[in-house]
Design a protein around this ligand. Structure first.
Ligand SMILES: Cc1cc2nc3c(=O)[nH]c(=O)nc-3n(C[C@H](O)[C@H](O)[C@H](O)COP(=O)(O)O)c2cc1C
Length: 163
């Protein structure tokens, strides 16, 4: 079973988590605000997704969990990330939170799989964009909800192999 951990303010990341779990098959979703970050410690292969708020900031629940999250030893863990954001309204901070999480996981010894890019994104800057690809799967329910299902399908195909 692959756990799909998420936090979400308006439900978009939760819906995405459900779709990802369905696409993967043997997966289960967990709201980190309810189960707490310690739940992450029990798994070697996991998925984490959340949205970006403010201007390039963590979603509120994630923000509250951040200190404990930043203490997790990720060595030996393989992590795939997804992020929700608005590339038109927040073009200079698109899905930054996914990048902040990536940086912390890598700093704490984790392996991140599932980088993603397709030619349909229109944004200026993102902490989650490194060397021509995003560090995980960025989704945009505000502007490109029509692309969400195909993006999830393609990304899940890739991470299934990495897992
Ligand atoms: C006040 C506000 C600030 C936001 N800031 C950002 C941002 O900095 N970067 C970004 O990519 N999206 C930003 N968004 C867009 C949300 O991340 C997006 O709507 C997302 O789908 C919400 O997901 P959730 O319902 O799981 O929280 C912002 C939205 C609002 C309303």
């Amino acid at each position: 079973m692959i756990p799909v951990f998420f936090t979400s303010s308006t439900g978009n990341s939760e819906t995405a988590a459900k779709k990802i779990a369905k696409e993967l098959g043997d997966a289960q979703i967990f709201d980190l605000a309810k189960v707490g970050v310690d739940a992450i410690k029990n798994h070697d292969k996991l998925i984490i997704g959340t949205s970006t708020w403010g201007e390039g900031e963590l979603q509120d629940d994630f923000e509250e969990l951040w200190d404990k999250f930043a203490d997790i030893d990720f060595s030996g863990k393989t992590v795939a990330l997804f992020g929700l954001g608005d590339q038109d309204g927040y073009s200079y901070n698109y899905c930054d939170a996914m990048g902040l999480i990536y940086n912390q996981v890598v700093q704490n010894g984790g392996t991140v799989v599932g980088s993603y890019f397709d030619g349909d994104y229109e944004f200026e800057e993102s902490v989650a964009y490194k060397n021509g690809r995003f560090v995980g799967l960025p989704l945009d329910e505000d502007n490109q909800s029509d692309l969400t299902d195909s993006r999830i399908k393609s990304w899940c195909g890739e991470i299934k192999e990495s897992f």
